[in-house]
Design a protein around this ligand. Structure first.
Ligand code: ZN
Length: 141
């Protein structure tokens, strides 16, 4: 056993900001034949449709609040790539390490889609792409 117990496991999902999750999902479900799952995140006022692609997923993000962060993102930059999410086995350890290395953490871990804990790292520190860290609760303890 290594003393370094923090692990980055895989690309969990890629987040795409869209105006309508339902309309956007049609490409992936109807054309590409992928499985989709809808979820409403009340805390964040987001409608999410997860598209399963093998072991990874795409996350279509639709804002239910016209002044929300996704709505503002689309207003500024149009629909498109919003973030890349890495699954980690210990989100607190990973955040600690990122902070120690000077990366700005946008939010402390909070509940995300699909029974996860998530946190975001400032895109100005990560080459322009917002990074999300995801820890699955089933993974641990
Ligand atoms: Zn995400």
């Amino acid at each position: 056993m290594s003393t370094e117990h923090m692990k980055t496991l895989k690309i969990d999902h890629v987040g795409i900001a869209v105006k309508s999750a339902e309309k956007s999902a049609k490409l992936f479900s109807d054309v590409l034949g992928l499985e989709t799952e809808e979820e409403i995140l009340n805390d964040r006022k987001l409608k999410i449709i997860m598209i399963k692609v093998g072991k990874s997923r795409l996350e279509l993000l639709e804002d239910l609040d016209v002044n929300g962060t996704i709505a503002k993102f689309i207003e500024k930059r149009g629909e498109g790539l919003h973030h890349i999410a890495f699954e980690v086995d210990d989100i607190n350890e990973t955040l600690k390490k990122m902070k120690e290395n000077g990366y700005r953490v946008l939010s402390e871990p909070s509940a995300g889609a699909d029974n996860t804990m998530v946190a975001f790292i400032h895109p100005k520190d990560t080459h322009g792409v917002l990074i999300e860290l995801v820890e699955r609760s089933s993974q641990k303890r």
